[in-house]
Design a protein around this ligand. Structure first.
Ligand code: GRF
Length: 208
């Protein structure tokens, strides 16, 4: 059974594009069954449409009931029966219903080395702190802000003349490979979580 993946996006969708390109080269081992967004017209949706992947938009309107919005998101996503939900630059927090329904199966990519610099400005915050090394992290989403179990990470050095934009662009190159590699491996299903430790089964990386 091929692993079914729903990807959620809010932005330009370069991470999604990496997944699409990897799929095109028959290398992802997973089916991208739908792409959803909270923002109509975002670049990620256009990329999905171009690739022939079904899309949906589920915006959080100002003043809307958050729990209702969250339950609606469960319905939109569940319609595609995913095994994994991948947040690729998706900028909304999930509510209880969504977290319960997809517990342990929601993957998020974050542009910093967690647990340092969580939240929406990970690149800016790392730069402002003066770190020499930052990177990207893939985590399993839990109820906190970027607090979930760490699946994998990649380090990216900070250059003296980096701005938030130049650093983020460089991180995104490493982040794209990290995300596609991680989704491919997770789609294979040979992994488990042991407390806060993510383990690949039957490989040297399981630390046994
Ligand atoms: C990624 O760095 C992601 O971690 C962050 O926003 C970026 C998404 O870029 N939250 P894109 O929309 O995939 O181009």
């Amino acid at each position: 059974m091929v692993c079914r993946v729903v990807v959620l996006v809010s932005g330009t969708g370069t991470l999604l594009q990496a997944l699409i390109d990897t799929r095109a080269s028959q290398d992802l081992g997973a089916e991208l069954v739908a792409v959803g967004s909270d923002r109509s017209g975002c670049g990620g949706l256009t990329r999905a449409e171009r690739a022939g992947i079904p899309t949906f938009v589920h915006p959080l309107e100002r003043g809307a009931d958050r729990a209702e919005w969250d339950a609606g998101l469960v319905d939109r996503v569940a319609a595609f029966a995913p095994d994994l939900v991948v947040c690729a630059g998706y900028m909304k927090l999930f509510g209880e219903a969504f977290l319960e329904r997809y517990a342990g199966r929601i993957v998020n990519s974050h542009p910093a080395l967690l647990p340092s610099f969580p939240g929406p400005h990970g690149v800016r915050d790392a730069l402002a702190h003066g770190v020499k090394m930052t990177g990207a992290s893939i985590i399993l989403v839990d109820a906190g802000v970027d607090t979930g179990v760490i699946v994998d990470q990649v380090a990216v050095p900070v250059a003296d003349d980096d701005t938030e934009d130049t650093l983020h662009e460089r991180i995104k190159i490493s982040e794209q490979k990290l995300l596609t590699d991680t989704v491919r491996r997770m789609a294979g299903g040979n992994w488990h979580v042991d407390g806060r430790r993510f383990r690949w089964d039957g490989s040297d990386d399981d630390g046994e």
